[in-house]
Design a protein around this ligand. Structure first.
Ligand SMILES: *Cc1c(COP(=O)(O)O)cnc(C)c1O
Length: 406
């Protein structure tokens, strides 16, 4: 504890105060486990915010990273690099789009920025459309444009003015969305399950209305799968199963978080006309699509495919909801669940998610409070049956401990 106090003091003096951190410093990780300085093991039920989907120190990712780091780390995008091309080809296969094209960047916010710029260029081609329609409760990142489309007025307020080019409609109101899309709309931007917004699935009729409204005016449907993509919902992408087998096909998809299992990467993948919008000079990044992150991401795609992790995430998601339902019958603090696959929130009957998260930390389980009354689970897709059972058991113990403290 002495050690942690010293870490806290140094952190507070050296770093800007942008984060409210939990009282632990992890030193290493292996699979679904994290270890602190004293060697105590914590089961990772969050994957660093849905990032380390293959767990920590996955051997194939480690090999890909170290091999590429020893070969070539950076050249800039003035030149061709093979890992970038191979990853774009690999991504196209996961989408099932033969005409898919990718632009690589470095984060989720950057992916949304790129998608918005693409939609503006597209919207200006035939009409003067620069507007974006987005959903309340959405999260798209912290840079100015991504912040503007984020559906959370409290995050906007300190940084206004952010410009009047976005309309937010209630995330569950298909009619409001349809009415908001007009000739000036360049894009509709949605998540399939709102992650930071509290793990709230966007209703299928809203996704369907978004597609129809875009088709009506010639706007692009952008799906932000930064948190939901790469298998977390039990399919490569949430939109592929958005309507139980009747997918709503987007024009552009934003990716980041788990794509390189913890290395910073972002991407937008488009098909059709949208894939051909950008021309040299329209958009660029120094680091985007660098050889090391692309080698890591290529390894991620390979492991998900080979190890059948899409089906595994779907299966564990069903077991999770059954487990939470059982828990809610014996534990009055547990209300229910929402989410899909391995992106789930346990809803509580009282706004005590922070207390439950602290109690979970004491039990050696990492989860986070995604709303005052909701605890988010985004465990790695590689959880064993035993680890999965331990996750639910530790959570049950944490809820009981938290309840006794109330
Ligand atoms: C995390 C997240 C972002 C922002 O990603 P950063 O890498 O933090 O910029 C954007 N959209 C969604 C849906 C996210 O979950």
């Amino acid at each position: 504890m002495d050690d942690l106090d010293a870490v806290r003091v140094r952190e507070g003096a050296a770093l800007m105060h942008t984060y409210r951190r939990l009282p632990v410093a992890f030193e290493r990780g292996r699979g679904a486990w994290l270890f602190d300085g004293a060697g105590r093991a914590y089961l990772d039920g969050l994957s660093g915010l849905a990032v380390t989907g293959l767990g920590h120190a996955h051997p194939e990712v480690t090999d890909a990273v170290s091999g590429q780091a020893a070969t070539l780390v950076h050249t800039s995008n003035l030149y061709y690099t093979r890992p970038q091309i191979a990853l774009a080809e690999g991504l196209a296969a996961t989408f099932g789009w033969s005409d898919a094209r990718t632009f690589f960047c470095n984060s989720g916010a950057e992916a949304n920025e790129a998608a918005i710029k693409l939609a503006r260029l597209h919207g200006r081609r035939h009409r003067d459309a620069v507007h974006v329609v987005a959903l309340t409760g959405s999260f798209h990142g912290r840079t100015l444009g991504a912040l503007r489309v984020t559906g959370d007025p409290d995050k906007h307020r300190p940084f206004e003015p952010l410009g009047g080019w976005v309309t937010h409609v209630p995330y569950d109101d298909a009619d409001a969305l349809t009415a908001a899309v007009d000739d000036g709309t360049s894009a509709v931007l949605v998540e399939v399950v709102q992650g930071e917004g509290g793990v709230r699935p966007v209703p299928p009729q809203v996704l369907r209305a978004a597609r129809a409204a875009c088709d009506r005016v010639g706007a692009l449907l952008i799906v932000d799968e930064v948190q939901t993509g790469l298998g977390r919902l039990g399919s490569w992408y949430g939109w592929q199963r958005a309507l139980d087998g009747d997918p709503v096909r987007p024009d552009v998809v934003c990716l980041a978080k788990s794509l390189a299992n913890g290395l910073p990467i972002g991407a937008i993948v488009a098909h059709g006309e949208a894939a051909k919008v950008f021309e040299p000079g329209d958009h660029a990044t120094t680091f985007g699509g660098g050889p090391v992150v692309c080698a890591a991401a290529l390894a991620v795609l390979g492991v998900i495919d080979r190890d059948g992790l899409l089906g595994r995430a779907a299966e564990l998601g069903h077991r999770f909801t059954a487990g939470v339902e059982a828990l809610s019958r014996v534990q009055p603090l547990v209300d229910g669940h929402r989410g899909r696959g391995l992106l789930q929130a346990v809803t509580l009957t009282r706004p005590v998610a922070s207390q439950v998260v602290m109690a979970a930390l004491d039990e050696g389980l990492i989860v986070n409070a995604v709303a005052p009354d909701a605890v988010r689970f985004a465990p790695p897709l590689i959880l064993t049956d035993d680890e999965f059972d331990q996750m639910l058991a530790r959570f049950g113990a944490a809820v009981t401990a938290a309840e006794q403290e109330l």
